[in-house]
Write a protein that binds this ligand. Structure first.
Ligand SMILES: Nc1nc2c(c(=O)[nH]1)N[C@H]1C(S)=C(S)[C@@H](COP(=O)(O)O)O[C@H]1N2
Ligand SMILES: [Mo]
Length: 534
């Protein structure tokens, strides 16, 4: 009899073949990604904010890889189960595969801008599953039938009063049937595995859309975009302090998209509509032909913990949102702009932050180069003073002038605050839980209070009195500022604590609050161990 392991293998081979065809078909149709990724995106969209936060905290940037891996492992287990079900009935695995395909189809349709074409990969995958499973399980069934016939023959041979010659005809012996079906099964299984591997590779090859966009980006010339020049005096020059300008490759990344949208600038448009006098549709060349505004701006994630690193400072180049909104003519009563990205992410931004003199940008470049794909190529929004989740839409394609009371956005639906002004914050970069040699040592870090500016940064040792530090220069209020001081402490363990005071006189609170719903508060602390004199 066929062992349950063989049935499982049949299920897995059929299952993997179906995944490979659906992936290859998706790539051939230049669909953003395979149905499996669509399912993963649904999982992300349905994950409660708390769980998502833990995932990001413990898995960091690997969270999506881990999620995809888990989904594939679950699928493999289900495929194996489908194979074992096929050993009993033909319809049970068919139902299982159909349910899985239904799930995939639903996830695909839930994606932004989904069309019925996006269902083609799922449908092809389902057909592949059913055909491959029946091709693989047929020989197994024939073998089992032969084996049970043999068993009943033996039983009848032993049974008294039966003629042993009646059953045995001219047919092949059970042993021959066994070898033949075994060969058929192995041949088909290896053929399917090989075809699946080829399809996977071919799929990757056709999925070079992204590579093409990368190439377009590399060749782009952006008039008016200049390379960053570090403003004078912004650095405290203490080894170990975060660089004042965050290098693009080190800039934190936060987005819900699994496959980063790959948008050719020639295909990009931005629609400005809603409560406006004149709807505007801008192409990429329209946008970059306009006057370029450039600024150093620190971007913050609301999920940043006290002392965390989800914050970066870059030189952004783009077009003022305020000018575009003025051309569209904002109608009275509007207080928000609902921004939508190519991948369907949304955020609602207060209209005053987009129209006042803080120069909110439709950014096309970061640190003097076209935006990297992961940071929103070809166009993203950057609004000084607001957390990214309410303002910094990457791959932005739609701005709808509206009212807060009429809309809900991605993160506000998940319990985050409607408004997200960046809170005053300060961080110790060095020493951070380190040992220092005896004698004076330098302490340094960063602080920010966008739209207001930092007036002072103070540190306290072992819960003692607050002491002043020295601030480096800043070009304006919308960047972080580096601070530094020198300490000379007795050998042993010490705890350092930092707080900032803004230019309006507001002292950073020591009251501890988590990032949810509108940003963490509390003082950053770091340990230092001063070594004994040798
Ligand atoms: N399309 C899209 N834009 C997005 C997000 C997203 O998930 N999707 N995340 C936002 C959040 S929460 C932050 S903090 C910033 C991060 O921008 P970065 O990845 O370029 O650092 O992007 C914002 N823009
Ligand atoms: Mo964020």
């Amino acid at each position: 009899m066929t062992t349950s392991r063989t049935w499982s293998i049949a299920g897995i081979v059929a299952g993997v073949a179906g995944l490979a065809t659906s992936y290859a078909v998706a790539m051939a149709l230049t669909i953003r990604d395979s149905p499996v990724v669509a399912v993963a995106e649904r999982v992300i969209a349905w994950t409660p904010g708390k769980v998502a936060e833990y995932a990001v905290r413990y898995l960091g940037q690997h969270d999506k890889t881990v999620l995809l891996l888990v989904i594939v492992l679950v699928l493999l287990a289900l495929f194996a189960w489908a194979g074992r079900l096929a050993g009993r009935t033909w319809w049970a695995p068919a139902v299982l595969f159909t349910v899985l395909a239904g799930l995939g189809g639903w996830a695909v349709l839930a994606q932004h801008n989904a069309t019925s074409v996006d269902l083609v990969p799922v449908a092809t995958g389902l057909v592949t599953w059913l055909v491959c499973l029946s091709l693989l399980t047929d020989p197994l069934r024939r073998r089992d039938r032969a084996a049970s016939e043999q068993a009943s023959e033996q039983a009848s041979e032993e049974a008294p009063g039966r003629d042993p010659f009646v059953v045995r005809g001219e047919s092949a012996t059970p042993g021959e049937v066994h070898d033949h079906t075994r060969r058929t099964f192995l041949l088909r299984a290896s053929l399917m595995t090989a075809v699946a591997a080829v399809l996977g590779t071919v799929g990757r090859g056709i999925g070079r859309g992204r590579r093409h966009v990368e190439e377009t980006r590399r060749l782009l010339k952006l008039p008016g975009v200049t390379l960053p020049q570090l403003p004078p005096g912004v650095r405290v020059d203490v080894p170990g302090v975060t660089p004042w300008q965050t290098p693009t490759d080190d800039f934190y990344l936060i987005h819900t998209a699994i496959a980063v949208p790959t948008i050719e600038p020639a295909d990009w448009t931005l629609r400005i509509h809603g409560m406006v006098d004149r709807e505007i549709v801008l192409t990429y060349s329209d946008l970059i032909a306009r006057r370029t505004t450039q600024a150093w701006i620190t971007l913050n994630c609301v999920s940043n913990e006290v002392g965390g690193t989800l914050v970066g400072n870059a030189w952004w180049s783009g077009v003022r949102v305020a000018d575009l909104l003025a051309e569209a003519g904002v109608r009275p009563g509007a207080d928000a702009v609902l921004q939508t990205s190519e991948d369907g992410w949304t955020c609602a931004t207060p209209i005053e932050a987009l129209t006042d003199d803080r120069d909110a940008l439709l950014a096309v470049a970061m640190n003097g180069k076209p935006l990297p794909l992961e940071h929103g190529f070809p166009v993203r929004t950057i609004v000084p003073g607001l957390y990214g989740y309410v303002s910094a839409t990457k791959w932005v394609v739609d701005l709808e002038v509206t009212r807060f009371e009429d809309v809900e956005a991605f993160w506000t639906q998940r319990g985050w605050a409607e408004r997200g002004p960046v809170k005053i914050a300060s961080r110790i970069d060095v020493p951070r839980n380190q040992e220092v040699p005896p004698g004076p040592f330098r302490v340094a870090g960063v602080a920010w209070a966008q739209q207001t500016g930092i007036a002072a940064v103070e540190i306290a040792v072992d819960g003692g009195a607050w002491q002043p530090t020295t601030l480096a220069e800043v070009p304006h209020v919308d960047t972080w500022v580096q601070w530094a001081t020198t300490l000379d402490l007795a050998p042993g363990e010490h705890r350092l604590r930092v707080r900032a005071i803004d230019r309006a006189g507001v002292v950073q609170t020591g009251v501890v609050a988590p990032p949810v719903p509108d940003g963490a508060t509390g003082w950053d602390e770091a340990g230092v161990r001063v070594l004994e004199e040798a």
